[in-house]
Ligand binder design. Sequence first.
Ligand code: GTP
Length: 337
Amino acid sequence: MLSIARDRFVGPGQISPEGRYVMKVDLINGFLGAGKTTFLINLLETKNPSEKVAVLVNEFGTVGIDGDLLTGHDANVVELPNGCICCTLKADLRNQIREIAEKFKPDRLYIEPTGAATIKNLLGILESLSLEKYIENIRVILVLDAGTFMENMEKNRGFVETQLESAQIILVNKCDKVSPEQLGLIREIIRKTNCSGQVLLTSFGQVLHRDLSEPAVLPETALNNVLSGNIGATGKHLHDLPLKEYEQFSVQSSNLFDVDRLRKFFGRLSDNWYGSVDRAKGIFRVADSQWVRFDLVSREVSESFLEKEYTFSKLIVIGTDLSKKLLNTEFMNCQKG
Ligand SMILES: Nc1nc2c(ncn2[C@@H]2O[C@H](COP(=O)(O)OP(=O)(O)OP(=O)(O)O)[C@@H](O)[C@H]2O)c(=O)[nH]1
């Protein structure tokens, strides 16, 4: 069981009798593009300066963008790209958690899995990895996109219900995209599946860390139910349907990019010119010290200038039936010159 440190008389950041450091772990779970990284950046920016924090960010692509965005916020950021920690990267996950605990000795570790990770798998893996020497307790925070919640519920009901059942905190993000009536409905649906978790309504992940409820340990029965796939708190059977078999295309470059060409490219990505795209994101150097971020979430493209500078321009596309050769050509064509 992961709620393991009750009988050890050690707190986060302290040394355990076995000579190890234990830390609190927050799993920031949520579907592709729901706003996990945005929320995490906000947590890092508003955190108590005395709290020592590390971040383990898992990216589907072979190159990592979230790690770049999260760096520079008074936290040790470790990237785990090229796969999903809930399936292909199990061993890497264990090694990284152990290494983070021993090297950085944080009070708290935030883990951001890919948006396609299955929470039940993830919790099961964490339990099986014998990490009790390092982890005091695990809190599952689910970030939901209010704008796509209904559609997601319709298309991936089992997946969303399992996510809801497993969460201690449910952040209904992107509230700016729906009406108060829709929000009321979303809340009702959430409560049918999870009657005891903390529900917070937010836009752009603007929640302070101190406002998040901090259960001492993960309720054992709830975790048992999630892990065994048995009856949940609501008496429903917990489904754990795998999502689609996602493919990814990712690439990086040190060249300059043209904003107009990028705009057109992301427009075409959203129109599924290169296969069925569920999520695309990129950071691009468009002038000497100027960086732009492009996002595609549920067929909507957004762009914003970035305040920091990065080493490489990067693109990640996640979807099915991706035409990778064409994507590579189009990426190259967006470069200046
Ligand atoms: N309108 C609106 N956009 C948001 C909000 N929160 C995040 N976004 C935008 O949604 C896009 C995706 O946000 P991320 O934080 O990268 O989402 P994510 O869940 O980390 O994405 P993946 O890691 O790719 O699954 C970005 O363009 C964000 O700026 C919000 O509350 N409202």
